[in-house]
Design a protein around this ligand. Structure first.
Ligand SMILES: Nc1nc2c(ncn2[C@@H]2O[C@H](COP(=O)(O)OP(=O)(O)O)[C@@H](O)[C@H]2O)c(=O)[nH]1
Ligand SMILES: [Mg+2]
Length: 691
C-alpha cells in the first residue's frame, strides 16, 4: 500500500547513548503491530540493532530504518546510535527525516550528546520533540529534567504529557491536550481518569501548554489575550505551527521498557509532526549554484541515497528518500555522478534487516533499492534526460587516523578494496595513500568507529591487518636569504656535462609555496635551459636538507650562470639547479614545520581542568572557552598534529568516555629545540636514499 506525501512522517530518534532509543522504537513498532512483542536490547533481537557488531557490543552502531502504520499514516522511523563515534549515522538520519525526537533519561537529564545533537538540529532549523524516558527508574524526576532542559535550551519547551508517579511508583502518563490518563498495566496502556494526585500538576502544565500554543500563531495570541482559553482544535493548530517553525519543542514522557507514553506520542506524530509535503531540499547545478527544490509527487522522479550498506544476502542496499515523483519497481533512473542508467528492479520498505517488496514509494517516502552496484551514499537518482544533484550530507571531518597495512603482502589488494568500498558507504571514513610516507592512512570518527570497520573487514575477508599511528606530514622551510652558485661539471669519455647557476634564495610568507624569477639578462644561460633549471629546483624541494621532508615557501631568483656550447644540456642544468638550491638551503637557516590543528573539544566542566592542562602539555594554545550551558564547555585550541595522534583515545579516558572533539588542519608552524632535534634524528630519509 502506497502512502501519499502528506500521510508520511519521517522521524529520527536520537539522544545520548543508553537513553533508551532502541527500546523506544521497539515499543512504537509493537503499537503499530509491525512486530508482535518488544525485544530487549540485551537479547540482541531488537529490530534496530541487528548487525553482528551491534549484538556483540550491545549498542547501536548504524542508523536503522523501520516503518509502521498508525491511523492512516506511514511512519518511517530512523533509530540512531548515541556514540559520537557514529555521528555520521545521525547526520544521515537527520537528512532523511523532517523531525527528530530526542530521548533524555529521567534521571540523567541533559547529557553531552544531547547538547551536541541539539546544536546540530539548530543548524538545520529542524523541528524536534523530547521524550523523557525511564520514568520508572530510581530517582527519575520529570520536573527536574524539564527545568534542566529549559535552562539549557532557548526554544520553548512545552509538556504534552506528564507522569503519574515516578520511579517504583510510576504508573502512567496524562495527555494534557486530550485530558485523559494512560495507565500502564500488564497488557499495555489503557485510557483512564486523571488521578487526583496529579490534578494540580495537570492544571499548571496545561496552562503552559495553552500559552505556548497561543504563541504559535498571531490570531491565536490575540484570542488568548482576550479570552484566556483555546479550543482543542486551536491548541492543535498552535502546537503544529510552532513545531513546524522550530519555535516550540513538545515534551513527552514515559518508559520505553514499560511501554508507557507510546500511544499519545504516536497520535501526536500524525496530527502535529511535519510531513515531507512542501519541505524544501537544496539542489546544486553543474556550476555549483544552489536552488531550492520542493518535495512533490507531481515532479519527475528524483531521489537521494542517504545510506548504503552491503548485505550478506541481498547485496548492495541503497537507502533512498524519494524527493520527486513516484518510484516504482520498473522506474528508470540515472545516477548523477556517472550518468549510468538503471532500472529500479525491486524496491522495498524496511523493518530493520527485514525488507518487504513495495509497489511504489511516493515523494517524501523512504525505502530501499537493492543491487545497484555503482550507487554510493550521497548519489542523486534522477529521471533520464535531466541533470539533478542534491546537496550531499554535510558530515564532520574525521578525527582519528591510523596507518594501516595487511598482515601479509598478498592480502594487500583485498584490504585496499575493502577500505575503498567502506568509504563509498560511510562518508565519515576516509582512506588515502600518502606518497610521501608510502603509508595507507585511514581516518574515522574515533577508535570505536575504526575498530568496528576493521573488525568487519578482518572477519569477512579472513585477513589480518596491522595499524600504527601515521607519520606526521612535516615540512621544511628557510628563515633567511642567501646567495650561492653551483657548477656541475663531468668529463667522462665522449662529451661531458657542464652547467653553472647563480641564485638568490629568500623565505616567502607561509602558504606561498614557491616562486621563481628569471633575472638573467644578456643570455649567460639560454632560454631553452630554464625549464630544466626549474625542474632541478622542484626536485631539490621534494626533500629538505634537515630530515628529507618537502620544502615550501621558498622564493628563488636566477641571476647568472654559465653554459658550454657542446657540454651543456637540460639535464646538466637540472643537476646544477638542484645542487644550488640544496646548498643555498643549508645557508638559509632551514627549519622544520609541523601541521597545527584547530580543535573544538566538548567536555563536562568537571573535566575542564584536566583537559586544559593536558592540552597545554601537548603544546596546545587555548583560544577560548565557551560554556554551552548545562555544565558543558567547548574549548577551542590550536594544537600540533603530532600531539593529537591518540587524542581520540586520550580524551575518552580523561573524561570517562563523555568528551568528544572536532578538528581540522589550520596551519604550519616552525618546530624548534629538542622536539625538532628528535624529529630530525628519527628521520629515515637518508637511509632510503642510499638504497
Ligand atoms: N528502567 C528502564 N530502563 C530502560 C528504559 N528504556 C531503556 N532502558 C534500558 O536502558 C538500556 C539502554 O537501552 P537502549 O534502548 O539500548 O538505549 P539506546 O542506546 O538509547 O538505544 C537497556 O538496558 C534498556 O533496557 C526505561 O524506560 N526504563
Ligand atoms: Mg540504540
Amino acid at each position: 500500500m502506497a502512502f501519499t506525501t502528506d500521510k508520511i512522517r519521517n522521524i529520527a530518534v536520537a539522544g545520548h547513548g543508553a537513553t533508551g532509543k532502541t527500546s523506544f522504537v521497539e515499543q512504537l513498532l509493537v503499537a503499530g503491530t509491525a512486530i508482535s512483542a518488544p525485544a530487549t536490547v540485551e537479547s540482541g533481537k531488537t529490530v534496530s540493532d541487528y548487525t553482528p557488531e551491534e549484538m556483540e557490543n550491545g549498542i547501536s552502531i548504524h542508523t536503522s530504518l523501520s516503518n509502521m502504520q498508525w491511523d492512516g499514516h506511514k511512519l518511517n522511523i530512523l533509530d540512531t546510535p548515541g556514540s559520537s563515534d557514529f555521528v555520521g549515522e545521525v547526520v544521515t538520519a537527520f537528512r532523511a527525516a523532517e523531525s527528530a525526537v530526542i530521548l533524555v533519561g529521567a534521571r540523567a537529564g541533559v547529557q553531552i550528546e544531547t547538547i551536541k545533537l541539539w546544536r546540530r538540529l539548530d543548524r538545520r532549523n529542524m523541528p524536534r520533540m523530547v521524550f523523557i524516558n525511564k520514568m520508572d527508574e530510581d530517582r527519575a524526576d520529570y520536573d527536574a529534567v524539564l527545568e534542566d532542559l529549559r535552562a539549557k535550551f532557548d526554544l520553548t519547551l512545552v509538556p504534552i504529557t506528564i507522569p503519574v508517579g515516578s520511579a517504583g511508583d510510576f504508573r502512567g502518563i496524562v495527555d494534557l491536550i486530550g485530558n485523559t490518563a494512560w495507565m500502564t498495566g500488564s497488557d499495555g496502556e489503557s485510557r483512564g481518569d486523571i488521578p487526583d494526585e496529579v490534578r494540580q500538576d495537570v492544571e499548571k502544565y496545561r496552562a503552559q501548554l495553552v500559552e505556548a500554543a497561543a504563541e504559535g500563531d498571531d490570531e491565536l495570541t490575540m484570542k488568548y489575550l482576550e479570552e484566556e482559553v483555546l479550543t482543542e482544535e486551536e491548541i492543535h493548530r498552535g502546537i503544529t505551527e510552532g513545531l513546524r517553525d522550530d519555535k516550540i519543542v513538545p515534551v513527552f514522557c514515559g518508559s520505553a521498557t514499560g511501554g508507557s507514553g507510546i500511544q499519545v506520542f504516536l497520535d501526536f506524530l500524525t496530527w502535529a509532526a511535519p510531513s515531507p509535503a512542501g519541505v524544501t531540499e537544496i539542489m546544486v547545478d553543474q556550476e555549483g549554484n544552489e536552488t531550492d527544490y520542493t518535495i512533490s509527487a507531481d515532479s519527475s522522479l528524483a531521489a537521494m541515497s542517504f545510506k548504503t550498506t552491503l548485505d550478506q544476502f541481498s547485496g548492495k542496499l541503497s537507502f533512498v528518500k524519494i524527493l520527486g515523483g513516484i518510484l516504482k519497481p520498473d522506474s528508470e533512473f540515472v545516477i548523477d555522478r556517472d550518468g549510468k542508467k538503471f532500472k529500479g528492479g525491486k524496491i522495498y520498505t524496511a523493518l530493520g534487516k527485514k525488507l518487504s517488496d513495495a509497489d511504489e514509494l511516493d515523494a517524501g517516502d523512504i525505502g530501499v533499492i537493492a543491487k545497484i552496484a555503482d550507487a554510493h551514499t550521497n548519489d542523486t537518482f534522477h529521471a533520464p534526460n535531466e541533470f539533478m544533484h542534491f546537496r550531499p550530507l554535510q558530515l564532520p571531518s574525521p578525527v582519528y587516523t591510523l596507518a594501516i597495512a595487511a598482515g601479509t603482502k598478498k592480502d594487500e589488494d583485498k584490504l585496499n578494496e575493502q577500505l575503498v568500498r567502506t568509504t563509498e558507504e560511510d562518508k565519515t571514513f576516509a582512506v588515502t595513500f600518502d606518497p610521501e610516507t608510502h603509508e595507507t592512512v585511514i581516518a574515522g570518527m574515533g577508535e570505536l568507529h575504526i575498530n568496528t570497520i576493521l573488525n568487519r573487514i578482518k572477519a569477512s575477508q579472513k585477513i589480518e591487518v596491522e595499524t600504527r599511528p601515521p607519520r606526521v606530514a612535516y615540512r621544511e622551510t628557510i628563515t633567511k636569504s642567501a646567495e650561492t652558485s653551483y657548477r656541475h661539471k663531468k668529463q667522462s669519455g665522449g662529451h661531458g656535462q657542464f652547467a653553472e647557476v647563480h641564485i638568490r634564495v629568500r623565505p616567502l610568507n607561509r602558504g606561498e609555496e614557491y616562486d621563481f624569477v628569471n633575472e638573467i639578462k644578456g643570455g649567460s644561460v639560454s632560454k631553452g635551459f630554464i625549464p630544466g633549471i626549474e625542474k632541478g629546483f622542484h626536485e631539490a624541494m621534494e626533500h629538505g636538507v634537515l630530515a628529507g621532508y618537502p620544502v615550501r615557501d621558498v622564493g628563488i631568483a636566477l641571476f647568472d650562470g654559465k653554459e658550454h656550447p657542446v657540454d651543456s644540456s637540460e639535464m646538466a642544468f637540472k643537476i646544477a639547479a638542484r645542487g644550488a638550491l640544496r646548498q643555498a638551503m643549508q645557508q638559509c637557516g632551514p627549519v622544520l614545520l609541523e601541521p597545527v590543528m584547530k580543535l573544538a573539544v566538548f567536555v563536562e566542566d568537571q573535566y575542564l581542568g584536566d583537559v586544559l592542562s593536558d592540552l597545554s602539555s601537548k603544546r596546545g594554545r587555548v583560544l577560548g572557552q565557551d560554556p554551552l550551558g548545562g555544565g558543558i564547555v567547548e574549548i577551542d585550541a590550536l594544537v600540533p598534529q603530532a600531539e593529537l595522534l591518540r587524542y581520540a583515545i586520550d580524551l575518552k579516558s580523561m573524561t570517562a568516555g563523555t568528551g568528544s572533539f572536532e578538528m581540522g588542519f589550520d596551519h604550519y608552524d616552525p618546530v624548534q629545540g629538542k622536539i625538532a632535534e628528535e624529529i630530525i634524528a628519527n628521520s629515515t630519509y637518508e637511509e632510503q636514499e642510499e638504497h
